[in-house]
Write a protein that binds this ligand. Structure first.
Ligand code: AP5
Length: 252
């Protein structure tokens, strides 16, 4: 198992220092985008892939949730406070806000440790901007992993989810319960239910996904980067399918 980065530069901004800093860019590090509806299991797979390949899971949702924790002490900019209102309602945050956060963190994209983008890009405009940022930084995506699952299973996953505010580990009351109820196995913090996992916010998130994010499937298919994965099995089986699909795609 690879050591774990604290993702400080991603969560706090490009000037922050991570506890693990690869010296230089290596050609064999992996660079993935994870695509799929809210609750399909992207974060869960990101955690497993990170352990396997030693690459950082970079979630835009985690940046917003980390800023929300800070906003209690009024450290958020007005743009971030508006972004958090969108997030709580289940709506997408405007592209300009998301892209300015990504540009601030371009260092994470050229990091020699590789990356897994989870929840970004989410619109065609974001995907086109990402292409440009990667080109400017001289790096390329290896693959876009697209997870698929019927809506009723997604809703069951979201309503049972519990998250750790500190180490970001994700649990499920039935399929992935913590050893002690309400407490993170990894760091001992109290688990919480996300505001946007309320039923009314879930409906808005699903609509936003259908309208804005599903076009990315064709966008990346046309670029020969898309790998589709059925997300209906257990986390470990889905992970095994993911590894096999990555290996098969590399042989093509
Ligand atoms: P974000 O944090 O990215 O949320 P999301 O995409 O909606 O995805 P989720 O984190 O809800 O689900 P997931 O697929 O990671 O599933 P998980 O692994 O947790 O974004 C939140 C918000 O921020 C957005 O709505 C938006 O407002 C804003 N935002 C973020 N990025 C943005 C962007 N680029 N542009 C605009 N706005 C942006 O799994 C779910 C549950 O299921 C867990 O409990 C888990 O334990 C369980 N589970 C997982 N896999 C399995 C399995 N195989 N079997 C059984 N249970 C499973």
């Amino acid at each position: 198992m690879q050591p774990k980065s604290d993702r400080a530069a991603w969560l706090k901004g490009g000037d922050a220092q991570c506890n693990l800093q690869p010296e230089r860019c290596s050609d064999d590090q992996r660079r993935f985008v994870l695509l799929g509806a809210p609750g399909v299991g992207k974060g869960t797979q990101a955690e497993l892939l990170a352990e396997r390949f030693g690459i950082c899971p970079l979630s835009t949702g985690d940046i917003f949730r980390a800023s929300k924790a800070l906003s209690a002490g009024c450290e958020c900019s007005p743009a971030m406070l508006r972004a958090l209102d969108h997030m709580n309602a289940g709506e997408l945050v405007p592209d300009e806000t998301v892209l300015s956060l990504i540009r601030e963190r371009a260092k994470c994209l050229r990091c020699g440790g590789g990356f897994m983008l989870d929840g970004f890009p989410r619109t065609i405009a974001q995907a086109e901007a990402l292409e440009k940022i990667l080109e400017e930084n001289g790096v390329k995506l290896d693959a876009v992993l697209s997870y698929e699952l019927p809506l009723e299973q997604i809703i069951a996953r979201l309503s049972g989810r519990r998250s750790c505010p500190q180490c970001k580990k994700v649990y499920h009351l039935e399929s992935r319960p913590p050893k002690k109820a309400g407490v993170c196995d990894h760091c001992g913090a109290a688990l919480f239910l996300r505001d946007d996992d309320r039923p009314e916010a879930i409906r808005v998130r699903m609509r936003a996904y259908e309208q804005s994010t599903t076009p990315l499937v064709n966008f990346y298919r046309q670029k020969g980067l898309l790998i589709s994965i059925n997300a209906g099995s257990t986390p470990v089986k889905t992970f095994e399918q993911t590894l096999a699909a990555i290996e098969n795609a590399a042989k093509r």
